[in-house]
Ligand binder design. Structure first.
Ligand code: ZN
Ligand code: ZN
Length: 166
């Protein structure tokens, strides 16, 4: 599948959203949207700014932030906060729109995985609590294989046993 085939329906939807909101479909908004849809990664604003610069676009961070806000509100893009002090963005047109995330605390790599077990958890929640799940989010933090194989060791989180430290 070429990028163009993926991009155009997304851009049409984004254009429609902007027009519905009474906002102009500007070149800058389109350029930011194309970077996000053209990537399967979980992009930070810095990543997006870098991508734009590589393709010869000079678009300020404020415009990128405002465009991302519109993309999130249009539900075409999902926003993540993995506790790094900045947000990450991914489009919702991947082959696996429902997926969970593994976040490496050492290098920040984000890996996606699918968990069929979570459907079972949702069914149990429905039965036990009469609660109807709509969406969910599972993030597992730790060490990726590359960092692990490189010998990185994570500091122990939280309190250590006081008896051991005395
Ligand atoms: Zn890592
Ligand atoms: Zn993801």
């Amino acid at each position: 599948m070429t990028t163009q085939q993926v991009t155009s329906p997304f851009m049409r939807l984004f254009g429609r959203y902007l027009r519905d909101q009474g906002l102009p479909v500007t070149h800058q908004r389109q350029a930011v949207a194309e970077v996000v849809i053209g990537s399967d990664a979980h992009l930070s604003v810095d990543d997006i700014e870098r991508e734009l610069r590589v393709s010869g676009e000079r678009i300020g961070k404020a415009t990128i932030y405002r465009t991302l806000d519109l993309l999130v509100r249009s539900h075409l893009v999902e926003e993540h906060d993995f506790g790094e002090g900045f947000k990450r963005y991914e489009h919702r047109f991947s082959d696996h729109p429902v997926h969970e995330h593994l976040i490496c605390l050492e290098c920040g790599t984000v890996t996606e995985f699918e968990s069929h077990e979570l459907y079972g958890v949702e069914n149990r929640v429905r039965a036990e609590h009469g609660f109807t799940p709509v969406r969910r989010r599972l993030e597992i933090y730790g060490l990726c294989k590359t960092c692990h194989d490189a010998g990185v060791e994570l500091p122990v989180e939280g309190l250590t046993c006081p008896i051991e430290t005395i």
